[in-house]
Design a protein around this ligand. Sequence first.
Ligand code: PEP
Length: 248
Amino acid sequence: MRRKLVAGNWKMHGSLAENEALLSAVLAGMGDVKAGVAVCAPYPYLAQVQSLLAGSAIAWGAQNMSQHAKGAHTGEVSAGMLKDFGCTYVIVGHSERRAIYGESDTLVAMKFAAAQAAGLTPILCVGETLEERESGVTEAVVGRQLDAVIHACGVQSLAKSVVAYEPVWAIGTGKTATPEQAQAVHAFIREKIRAQDAGVADGLVIQYGGSVKANNAAELFSQPDIDGGLIGGASLSADEFLAICRAG
Ligand code: PEP
């Protein structure tokens, strides 16, 4: 039985004061949450998040990392550095990084490998644009993004990862995939992996991300292949985020 995982992606939001208020409110409401919960914070706040969450039921992580372990890479942050601050997770291949910062499937696979080498659990984001969905190539795109990691790291590497299906047209737009649309892609992902390793497929946590809110989380999370969510905007409100966590 897979345990659902609800992870907040704060993106480039927050301040010392806002983070403290948000996390104390979320911690105070965790009593009846059954899902696993994590927050992925901007780098400068990882030390603060670590000190606020250490010993609690909430794990933490980062939103990006370098594919390199160390060296002359000005401005970059390695997986080992994230480990130093107690991170469990790191998001790799978020569509904003693919689209705005030109991250290729190959680069994302390198980051995935580097994260695992340092003992982090990568949350691998995959998903199609609206144009791709309308041209009927959703499965081809998601399949290609997964194959890049499978070819580089092997299908077994997915056993120590989380996959987040995030249709690009649903991220930050207020447009959510219907539960049926999301379930169809989640089932495709699981079946694709099952064709190579049934054990990995059955154990893999596949999150849905894209305008998940308190009022649509329960229906999305009740789909058989949706194992929780990656939450952007709604993770910045303690009430909304907690309601989503309770739906998991
Ligand atoms: C995200 O940033 O991964 C995301 C899903 O954002 P939002 O929930 O705001 O659509």
